[in-house]
Design a protein around this ligand. Structure first.
Ligand SMILES: *Cc1c(COP(=O)(O)O)cnc(C)c1O
Length: 399
């Protein structure tokens, strides 16, 4: 008989998006005439940029010819893409070697897979509210999780508590779901804490391309010392609309080492390389060529246009909330607006109100953790027209 990993029984049902779908479905059946506007889902809507699809076509043609056909590529990613990513980091003032960058099919898989490198007896620190992947992947392994409060008082940017020890720390900036962004000084405090605790920071930078202020860090490596204590995850999903195309990258610096029980220094870069070469066979050549095109001059310009469009939607939401006197976070360097539900309403009550009275769908904050109760997430990933329409309806309902 096969004994199972019973930690899976400790997982809570991922009830959030299925419950939203269920309630929306019920409403749609009861009111077939109502035009529902979905502002809840964290997926992009604009098509891939021309520079990207052109690169995909060219790569497909190469694979169709004997002289340029390619089979397995390097598990870590082709040099042309790793170098393009290295140069992109350099533009933001961060110097990496291309062998510190590992290309993959997604930041979600890498964030989950990275737990392979860490023993089960580590204490894991995660913010609440949180992107659920950080929590569930550690529950699956049976690690102890402690939560830090993100709330209105700290601007949804929790800072280290020296009285608490953690071994693994998850940070996400710009944050999903709150849209909050850490400053360089704040990240420096986290790096100092991690170095004091010999902890490893797992930094999720999936929304770095939404940062519009030169003073805000795109990468944790903007802080000196981070290369000794942090792994960074980034993705082309939100940067360039690759949610369906699939391409991401993870940085594991050479300087990142931890001491083994017998005193030997172990390199996390070597471990991750070994993990990936054993369990992963790389991203398709076509997708890697498409990804490299994102980092070309033209690709960066086109990707920025799409991001400006989404941020424009977020600005429409922010302007409406300013005039309605609603309190909210995010929206400036992020596609997400994290609003306080009006009149002290609970997340799901506000969800029902908005659905039934305005046919607008958002995401109840309570679904991201207990500190999300009383909050609501809206996204700028829709069309401008629908965003404006949704705001008119909210104004009529709540103004
Ligand atoms: C969308 C998102 C990602 C990207 O995941 P992919 O698997 O690369 O699509 C990573 N982290 C967060 C917090 C996200 O919201």
């Amino acid at each position: 008989m096969a004994n199972l990993n019973e930690h899976y029984r400790d997982l809570k049902d991922s009830y959030l998006f299925s419950e939203i779908a269920k309630r929306v479905d019920t409403f749609a059946k009861a009111h077939p005439e109502k035009k529902i506007i979905r502002m809840g889902i964290g997926d992009v809507t604009l098509p891939l940029a021309p520079a990207v699809t052109e690169a995909m076509h060219t790569a497909a043609d190469e694979l169709g010819k004997a002289e340029t056909f390619r089979g397995y590529g390097p598990e870590q990613g082709y040099a042309f893409l790793r170098e393009a990513i290295r140069d992109y980091y350099a533009k933001n003032g961060v110097r990496l070697q291309s062998d510190e960058i590992f290309v993959s099919d997604g930041a979600k898989s890498d964030v989950g897979n990275i737990t392979d490198l860490f023993a089960v007896d580590n204490t894991v620190l995660v913010p609440d509210p949180v992107y659920p992947v950080y929590v569930d992947t550690n529950i699956m392994d049976g690690r102890r999780i402690i939560y830090m409060d993100a709330n209105a008082d700290n601007g949804f940017l929790p800072m280290p508590d020296r009285s608490v020890h953690a071994d693994l720390i998850y940070l996400c900036s710009p944050n999903n779901p709150t849209g909050a962004v850490y400053s360089r000084e704040q990240l420096a405090e986290w790096v100092a804490y991690a170095l004091e605790n010999r902890a490893v920071i797992l930094f999720d930078a999936a929304y770095e391309a939404f940062i519009g202020d030169e003073g805000l860090p795109h990468s944790i490596y903007a802080v000196p010392g981070a290369e000794k204590c942090a792994i960074e995850f980034c993705s082309l999903s939100k940067t360039a609309g690759f949610t369906g195309t699939r391409c991401a990258y993870t940085v594991v610096p050479y300087a990142l080492e931890q001491t083994a029980a017998d005193g030997t220094l172990l390199s996390l870069n070597r471990m991750w390389n070994r993990r990936q070469t054993t369990k992963f066979n790389g991203v398709s050549y076509i997708v890697q060529r498409a990804a490299a095109a994102v980092f070309s001059e033209e690709g960066i310009r086109q990707a920025r246009e799409a991001i400006a469009y989404y941020k424009g939607n977020a600005a429409v939401i922010a302007k409406t909330f300013d005039s309605l006197g609603f309190r909210y976070f995010g929206g400036l360097h992020s596609p997400y607006i994290w609003m306080e539900c009006p009149d002290g309403m609970k997340s799901w009550d506000f969800f029902d109100l908005l659905l039934e009275k305005a046919a607008v769908v958002g995401t109840p904050g309570a679904g991201f953790g207990s500190n999300g109760e009383g909050y609501f997430r809206l996204t700028g990933f829709g069309s401008r027209e629908q965003t404006e329409e949704a705001m008119q309806r909210m104004r009529a309902l709540l103004g």
